[in-house]
Design a protein around this ligand. Structure first.
Ligand code: HEC
Ligand code: HEC
Length: 491
């Protein structure tokens, strides 16, 4: 195609996007198919609703569904709604969202630690699926020759979404506890109240006699005392909160709960791109996904588990948090500070596929290896995002380590290609634990890695006919007396 023709074509495409030409294409339909409303979800069983959610998670949206943004918004070209497309292709942007057609495109890698790789819906993503969030300056050619390809924005690797139902319930119960403690502070002015819930300390608060609460002593969460387990920065209390933004950022699919009913906020000629019911069914689907599992801790891994705890890893990566209830409340509209308002459905987390173990006290065990708290991880791991403070750029929520052997690459941007790299790149509040790991003997380090390798994703086809086997790279290197490393297979 000659250049002139392609330019004209690009302009034609750009013009047709500005109009609503995509809203009608004889012989073509939106990919979403039959629409699901909240009233439908309310009357569905959990598994029926989860099925709808699965369908939505795997739908490749097209422009008849409302994929994409409308004309650019000259006042704000980076927030979803008015973004340009890359080289005027009319569809994709890639460097600030509009980077995929379906959720599952980035969430497919159940394990790259098996042969063959285990693929499945809800997995993690490799670095080619990284999201680039609101970059304003990119310097891949290193114009200033400082050896750094500058990038002012966020570069984030997709985690898997297995077990999120349990994570969400832990977060909601923590939030409820913290709100109660806040009320306690208001009822007892001038008394310091320690913000501790489920063994995690979120600092202190104190109220004056007028009901004003001093939150300057709050640690690792926002001052509204809402625990936000989702997103690598700990920004979203529920998967629903996350999904509203994901739909908009990745696909330009605007939900009615963010822009209103019958409102074409992005001007792409389509209204009601995602309904309340569709997001509800997506929540049901996500919260019923299977949780990661742990292989038996035996052999070397026993010593590794001890070291994990004695080095201080378990202070942040708390192996198991317990819930008081077995039922996850799904709510609409959601009130962040009151997790029990407007419940439209409960998901029993003990039921398969989620399959959390009851804890004997009416709740479940959530073995996620996190404290759901944000930590300063030091300057080397910090992001360079212009809309965040330097402190915010250094903070991340403690990564959940369940499934860690299967979910590489590791760390928020996927920079760690081995688990050892991930540990050695810890800094800030984790500096002393990191140094303790560095100071271990080879045999001790191997034991820690053997322990971490017991933490696996749920694999539907493992062990069955035609199943998968561990990748040879997951062999333990044993140090012999002569210092020669020999290789023995994992399990
Ligand atoms: C272009 C790749 C990409 C696509 C498409 C994508 N995601 Fe993600 N997903 C990510 C990244 C990157 C993160 C981490 C984001 C962060 O830390 O803020 C993530 C995180 C999540 C999380 C939070 C998990 C956690 O434990 O913190 C959920 C839930 C999720 N995605 C659901 C979805 C849904 C639902 C869709 C479709 C509407 C979707 N994703 C589409 C890349 C993607
Ligand atoms: C101060 C809290 C803290 C301590 C202590 C800590 N970590 Fe972490 N860990 C984190 C945070 C926060 C992240 C996420 C960092 C990021 O994404 O860049 C993380 C990430 C990881 C990851 C990568 C997980 C993934 O999915 O990307 C591994 C592996 C890990 N930690 C292991 C350890 C081990 C082993 C120790 C002890 C030597 C340890 N951590 C000590 C907070 C901590």
């Amino acid at each position: 195609m000659n250049r002139k023709f392609s330019t004209i074509l690009a302009m034609a495409v750009a013009t047709s996007i500005c109009g609503s030409a995509f809203a009608q294409q004889p012989g073509e339909t939106g990919a979403l198919g039959e629409r699901v409303e909240q009233i439908d979800v309310i009357s569905m069983t959990v598994s029926e609703a989860a099925d709808e959610g699965l369908r939505i998670f795997t739908t490749p949206f097209n422009k008849l569904d409302g994929y994409g943004d409308g004309p650019i918004n000259p006042a704000d070209t980076t927030t979803p709604g008015g973004r340009p497309t890359l080289q005027g292709n009319g569809t994709l942007l890639r460097v600030n969202g509009l980077d995929a057609q379906a959720c599952f495109e980035c969430h497919t890698l159940v394990s790259n630690a098996t042969v063959p790789a285990t693929l499945g819906i809800g997995g993690a993503g490799g670095t080619n699926s990284n999201a680039m969030f609101q970059p304003v300056a990119m310097d891949p050619g290193d114009g200033d020759l400082d050896g750094i390809a500058g990038f002012t924005g966020r570069f984030i690797n997709p985690p898997f979404v297995f077990g999120v139902g349990g994570v969400e319930l832990v977060g909601l119960e923590m939030t409820a506890d913290l709100q109660t403690l806040k009320q306690q502070a208001i009822d007892n002015p001038f008394t310091t109240v320690v913000l501790e819930t489920k063994g995690v300390n979120f600092g202190v608060i104190q109220a004056d006699g007028l009901g004003n609460v001093d939150t300057s002593g709050v640690l690792g969460i926002e001052h509204d005392l809402v625990v936000r387990p989702f997103g690598r920065k700990g920004e979203f209390p529920t998967t629903r909160d996350f999904d509203v933004g994901a739909m908009q950022f990745h696909f330009g699919m605007q939900s009615t709960e963010s822009v209103g009913v019958d409102n074409d906020a992005d001007g792409d000629g389509v209204v009601n791109e995602i309904t309340v019911g569709e997001l509800s069914s997506l929540s049901v689907f996500l919260s019923t996904l299977a949780r990661p599992v742990q292989a038996r801790v035996e052999g070397n891994a026993v010593a590794g588990e001890g070291l994990f705890s004695s080095m201080g890893c378990a202070d942040c990566h708390i192996p198991t948090l317990q819930t008081d209830s077995q039922l996850l409340p799904l709510r609409f509209p959601q009130v962040a500070t009151d997790p029990w308002q407007n419940v439209y459905k409960y998901v029993d987390l003990t039921k398969k596929p989620a399959g959390f173990d009851p804890n004997g006290n009416g709740g479940v065990k959530v073995p996620m290896f996190s404290d759901l708290k944000r930590h300063d991880m030091g300057p080397d791991l910090a992001e360079d995002f212009g809309l965040a403070t330097e402190q915010q750029n250094r903070e991340f929520i403690t990564a959940k380590l369940w499934g860690v052997v299967d979910s590489g690459p590791w760390l928020h941007d996927g920079r760690a290609l081995t688990i050892s790299d991930a540990i050695l790149l810890h800094g800030g509040e984790a500096q002393s634990a990191r140094d303790a790991f560095e100071d271990l003997t080879d045999a001790e380090r191997i034991a820690v890695l053997d322990f971490l390798r017991t933490l696996q994703t749920p694999k539907p086809n493992q062990g069955g006919g035609g199943g998968v086997r561990p990748h040879p790279r997951l062999q333990s290197a044993e140090v012999t007396d002569t210092g020669v490393h020999t290789i023995s297979r994992r399990d």
